[in-house]
Design a protein around this ligand. Structure first.
Ligand SMILES: Cc1cc2nc3c(=O)[nH]c(=O)nc-3n(C[C@H](O)[C@H](O)[C@H](O)COP(=O)(O)OP(=O)(O)OC[C@H]3O[C@@H](n4cnc5c(N)ncnc54)[C@H](O)[C@@H]3O)c2cc1C
Length: 387
């Protein structure tokens, strides 16, 4: 701690909080990390696999976490998206002139490695959690709130968090396939559910997937009540009904991990900053995981806040980290990309939620049109893989 106290108090225990504490410490800021007690952590490891984009990977590389995380990650070379009435789109790394479209990483390994790195980070001190009124346990110029969607500190500050529940849950588990995945991610918009298979390297390096299956709440409850064998039967049937050719390419799937589920919502805080505080990650915004962007947005928040603070340190060294002028630059740079992504995922979801035949035909036609329209497809790729 500096003689004047801490520069930043980071509150939160997830990937966004830990990345921010590490990144700030690497830039020379003194950080108090206020994390939840170990005893409050879930007993079961997170079974999710995250699709992380190039910007997120570059940040993790700078934080020196990526080399170890890469052993728990798989590159995606192609993404095949199927509508519910013949519409289809494919994105490939070679078309986009990149080595891979995205990486699929182990959510639990990401959090574990960030936590390990923080144990050796200079200028980071673990401190007690904030009080229920949102008062930090130490003096710091800036309070960075990375407490996720249920942030108590955000509520204590009186920030409105408008939340639209989708009534759908994201069911996740790990799968093994009878055939190699060859780095191909697959997604089916089945109306009302959306099913995604993300190529992964565990337990089988060549033939594993992370599953994200967004289904209405009742169906999620039903799926979670099944044995792994019965769940696999329903999953294999759903894929075969949607796309028999792809089902043959994937091969029979078996369940290799517990089946977990999360409620899905679209949410946005009405203010992201105030005097001496700032919101990042799911504490500021929540999106549907159909485009695999929630954490990517959170890590982009981290990257941008650190960039804004760095610029201010160079050009206006008299300003403190919690200066509202500096924080408003962060909001200006982050609000538009976040709103664009929220609009895109929400729009797609609504487009595919309606069962009426004319709409069904139009959306599938639209999908096939986008496939043929280079610039539109390029824009979508930019939003999804680099934002
Ligand atoms: C099924 C599913 C699949 C997804 N797939 C993807 C994907 O492929 N790609 C992607 O980019 N995103 C994905 N996401 C989104 C991603 O999980 C979230 O966006 C991301 O976890 C948000 O990180 P966070 O650190 O902001 O919040 P969280 O992960 O919620 O972490 C916040 C942590 O802070 C703790 N906390 C709360 N209050 C306090 C306090 N007062 N003090 C200390 N700690 C506190 C919380 O308990 C929690 O542990 C997916 C989400 C779901 C549900």
């Amino acid at each position: 701690m500096s003689a004047k106290g801490f520069d930043v108090c980071v509150s939160g225990s997830g990937a966004v909080a830990m990345s921010l504490a590490l990144a700030l410490s690497a830039e020379g800021w003194h950080v108090a990390w206020s994390r939840a007690p170990e005893s409050s952590k879930p007993q079961q490891a997170d079974v999710r696999t995250y699709a992380l984009n190039a910007r997120a990977i570059a940040l993790l590389e700078r934080l020196r976490v990526w080399p170890a995380l890469k052993t728990f990650a798989s590159p995606v070379y192609e993404m095949a998206i199927q509508g519910d009435a013949g519409g289809a789109m494919t994105f490939s790394a070679w078309q986009q002139k990149v080595t891979e479209l995205t990486w699929i990483v182990d959510a639990a390994a990401l959090e574990r490695l960030l936590n390990d790195a923080l144990r050796f980070a200079p200028r980071v001190e673990v401190v007690l959690p904030l009080s229920e009124q949102g008062v930090p346990p130490v003096k710091a110029s800036l309070l960075a709130i990375c407490e996720g969607k249920h942030s108590g500190t955000r509520a204590a500050l009186g920030v409105e968090f408008s939340r639209k529940e989708y009534g759908h849950w994201g069911v996740a588990t790990r799968l093994k396939a009878a055939r190699p995945h060859n780095g191909v991610a697959r997604q089916w918009f089945r109306s009302p559910d959306i099913l995604a298979l993300l190529p992964f390297n565990q337990p089988d390096p060549e033939a594993s997937y992370g599953l994200v299956w967004s289904v209405p709440q009742d169906r999620a409850r039903h799926l979670q009540s099944l044995t792994p064998e019965d769940f696999a039967v329903e999953l294999n049937d759903a894929i075969r009904q949607s796309d028999a050719a792809a089902a043959d390419l994937v091969g029979e799937l078996t369940v290799e991990a517990p089946i977990a589920a999360w409620p899905l919502a679209l949410a946005q805080a009405d203010r992201w900053t105030g005097a001496g505080w700032v919101l990042l990650g799911d504490a500021a915004h929540q999106v549907h995981p159909l485009a695999g962007q929630g954490l990517n947005l959170g890590l982009a928040d981290v990257d941008t806040l650190v960039e804004v603070l760095r610029e201010a340190k160079l050009k206006e060294p008299w300003r403190q980290a919690g200066d509202e002028r500096i924080l408003s630059r962060y909001v200006r740079r982050r609000q538009w990309p976040t709103q664009a992504m929220s609009g895109l995922t929400d729009g797609l979801l609504h487009l595919f939620a309606d069962e009426r035949v004319p709409l069904k035909d139009v959306r599938n036609l639209g999908m096939s049109l986008v496939e043929r329209l280079g610039p539109v497809k390029q824009w979508l790729v930019g939003r999804a893989f680099d934002a």
